[in-house]
Design a protein around this ligand. Structure first.
Ligand code: ADP
Length: 631
């Protein structure tokens, strides 16, 4: 029999770091030095910034992709930054001209033009005053019939107008992109940008003529690619970008300049096309693993050929050094938020404990740090609302209760509903019914009862597996996988029987690949008519040889079982290290690691027939294979 798993509380969670609160922890000034746990990515980003290479980052959301892109912008030289001006083209108003000047100069030029324009408008006003005066003089002398003087007055007026009128009206250029006063190269996030926002656009002019029109150059708007000139253009979820836009992006990458034109066909802006506007940016693309699919092959190959591809890890090893990094992470997040109180030692301990739980993997800490940062903020908010000087473990524990994911909340209501309808059974015994365990949304467990019934096959030729609920295909596969074991343990060849399996109340989103141990147990019980202890729940994947293989989400599953009132949970032995359940559940459930299906049956089955059945299993040898032990 396996030993029950005992969960100890560990003391030194902060890797030996001495501090009273996170205000004692030094936070690096450079963003790149603040990145935690992605050492390989940091190295690559530094190299890519140095060599001006493009980067694609693939990985789970919230692991620091945009943070790294921002950090990359900080590493780029700011001396190279430029401003871009766009001028009216007197020869062709629809083809505005582009001028590039050093950063900060653009504003000066525009101001100078504005001054000049002001001067010329003052001059115009002066002329109007003179002209009025001239007309008055003319009228006066004309009325007095001094024609000679009248003619002289007209001539003088014409002469004045000839020399004083400004040669041409001054049209101020537009400052399209400015980097004035910037301390770092631009970081432009173009995630989800439509074509206009990405590539630039020309606004529609509702008047278009009659002196009320806005000159074309004034309606030109820079796109993200232009604003990112000499900096970083970041695009997350690259696969959501339209193919056409990706193609244009590729052109922009190659040419390092891209003209701006109106993006909507029927707008007056569509007639306008500027000279090419510089867009010499470094592209950083990001996405999930499936992002590659929606990507233009040429764009991908461009990165492969001229850049780096990076995979972001979502957990790091649980060692003192990395735990110290997480302490710094808490300090960073508090500093970044700016409003919440610093964390005391106990609160940081609690965050690290949660980082362990969320890793869902033995000896690891999660690197899904956006979510963990969310917990830091909610904890801090609670501390602040209570007027506390420091955030304590108590606040973190409260925050964990409040900030449950949608899936967790769903699991809660699901539990309530099932209790209401008595779908749950956490007491007594029943033939063919197992309390299975499943996860939804990756971080919420639920108890998923599985009921099996075995009947002689309807069809003479062969039996069928009938499964109801959303996990039909998994059930069928599991039954097929376990049929050898069932045959071995029960002597029954289920391929000649109809096996009915029901996942009670399973719904969309339930991940059931770890249900095969439960399915096998339910089927064996239904075949042998030996009841199953309903205070037991189980999880595990079954090999065709009857070994119980590791599964994911073990912590969440055990917690869900405890919440549902289950007393014993059977888990795969290889998952023991992953068990990081919260204090409150520790005394509620017994956790028993198992290595093979016969151990599962030892714990799960009850009743008079159990012992003789188990004896048969224990004594069972391969040469008896195929002989029904219930004959
Ligand atoms: P992604 O782009 O991968 O979805 P982000 O870079 O937007 O994730 O991360 C969001 C926030 O989470 C960051 O601003 C930072 O506060 C925190 N964060 C995420 N990953 C890390 C990391 N590796 N190191 C430090 N902080 C991180």
């Amino acid at each position: 029999m396996s030993e029950e798993v005992k969960i100890e509380k560990q003391d030194d969670l902060c890797g030996g770091l001495e501090f009273n609160s996170t205000s004692d922890i030094e936070v690096p000034t450079k963003l790149i030095d603040q990145v935690i746990g992605q050492e390989h990515a940091v190295e690559v980003i530094k190299k890519a910034a140095n060599q001006r290479r493009h980067v694609m980052m693939i990985g789970t959301p919230g692991t620091g992709k945009s943070m790294l892109a921002k950090a990359m912008a900080e590493l780029l030289p700011k001396e190279e930054l430029q401003d871009v001006l766009i001028y009216h083209n007197p020869e062709d108003g629809n083809n505005p001209k582009v001028r590039v000047v050093p950063a900060g100069k653009g504003k000066q030029i525009v101001n100078a033009h504005k001054m000049e324009a002001q001067k010329s408008s003052q001059m115009r006003n002066l002329i109007i005053v003179f002209a009025m005066l001239g007309i008055l003089v003319f009228a006066f002398v004309y009325l007095r019939e001094q024609f000679m003087w009248a003619i002289i007055a007209v001539l003088l007026l014409l002469l004045l107008l000839r020399y004083v009128t400004p040669k041409e009206t001054v049209i101020t250029p537009k400052l399209l992109v400015t980097n004035q006063g910037k301390t770092t190269a631009p970081f432009i996030d173009a995630t989800g940008a439509h074509a206009g926002a990405l590539l630039g656009d020309v606004r529609h002019d509702p008047f278009q003529s009659g002196g009320l029109e806005t000159p074309a150059h004034d309606r030109v708007e820079a796109g993200a690619i232009h604003k990112a000139h000499k900096g970083v253009l970041f695009i997350d979820e690259i696969n959501t970008l339209r193919m056409e836009s990706q193609q244009h992006l590729l052109t922009a990458l190659q040419e390092k300049k891209f003209h701006i034109t109106g993006q909507s066909e029927r707008s007056s802006g569509a007639m306008v096309k500027t000279d090419p506007v510089p867009c010499d940016f470094i592209m950083v693309l990001a996405g999930n693993l499936d992002a590659k699919e929606g990507m233009h092959p040429a764009l991908r190959s461009r990165i492969k050929g001229y850049g780096y591809e990076l995979y972001m890890t979502d957990s790091m090893e649980d060692n003192p050094e990395n735990r110290r990094k997480l302490v710094r992470f808490v300090a960073q997040e508090v500093m970044r938020d700016g409003k919440i109180p610093h964390f005391d030692h106990s609160a940081v301990d609690e965050i690290i404990r949660e980082a362990r739980r969320r890793a869902g993997r033995k000896g690891h800490l999660t690197l899904k740090l956006r979510d963990l940062g969310g917990l830091v903020r909610v904890s801090g908010d609670i501390a602040r609302s209570e007027g506390a000087a420091l955030t304590t473990a108590d606040h973190v524990l409260k925050a964990k209760k409040i900030s449950r994911s949608v899936e967790q909340q769903l699991a809660d209501t699901y539990l309530d509903q099932r209790r209401d309808y008595r779908l749950f059974k956490a007491a007594g015994e029943e033939v063919g019914r197992v309390n299975g365990l499943a996860v939804i949304g990756g971080d919420s467990g639920i108890v998923l009862p599985i009921v099996a019934e075995v009947t002689p096959a309807l069809s003479k030729a062969e039996g069928h597996v009938y499964a109801t609920g959303k996990l039909k295909s998994i059930a069928k596969e599991s039954v097929q996988n376990v049929s050898a074991i069932i045959k071995k343990f029960t002597g029954y060849d289920i391929s000649s029987m109809d096996v009915h399996i029901q996942f009670v109340g399973a719904y969309e989103g339930v991940e059931g690949d770890s249900a095969s141990v439960s399915i096998a147990t339910a089927v064996i019980s239904a075949l042998s008519q030996i009841p199953i202890d309903q205070t037991v729940a189980m999880t595990g994947s079954l090999s065709v040889r009857g070994e119980v293989l590791p599964i994911g989400g073990v912590t969440y599953k055990i917690e869900a079982a405890a919440l549902a009132g289950i007393k014993t949970v059977l888990i795969p032995k290889s998952n023991v290290g992953d068990v990081l359940i919260e204090e409150v559940y520790k005394d509620k459930v017994k956790i028993i690691p198992v290595t093979n299906i016969s151990e599962v049956l030892e714990y799960a089955l009850v009743g008079k027939m159990k012992e003789s059945f188990l004896d048969k299993i224990r004594n069972f040898s391969m040469d008896k294979m195929g002989i029904g032990i219930f004959d």
